[in-house]
Design a protein around this ligand. Sequence first.
Ligand code: ZN
Length: 167
Amino acid sequence: MAKSFTAWREEKKAERKSRGELFLADWLSKNKAGDAEVREVIRLCEEYRSPGREDRGLDHFDYIEAIDDIMRVMREGIDEYSGNRLFDMLSYADLKRVRQCLSCNRWLFALDPRQRHCTPKCRDSFRMNTAKYRERKKEHMRRLRRIDKERRARQSALHESGSPKRG
Ligand SMILES: [Zn+2]
């Protein structure tokens, strides 16, 4: 049975989406992109997808040119490979998955939606630091509780003896 046109189109779109996302993930992992650069890439994708682009007099290639000024992936001459992937990225990449590593702040594209770290190394060191931090905090809270308890004990002892001294 022949596939419906809609199913075919959805399949193509999913294919292009994952190609564009892999391309962006790869670029972010190989380049230490700064905040300004990443925000501009996101902004260009959003603007590209927004309605009324044609009214602003910008065509596809203006966006490819602008995004390549940041990413610098196009080789000299005609680079259809990079050009197509930039189109895929501009059109479909899930921008909510562009995020910063919780451990080292490096930008990444989360191929898995749960991914929060750029490398397994960063994930492990984050977990280790979190565990140590929680341990220190627990110790700190234990001390605060003890101090508070002692203060209450002193106060009630003063009340029982009648005249609390001020000063
Ligand atoms: Zn990291």
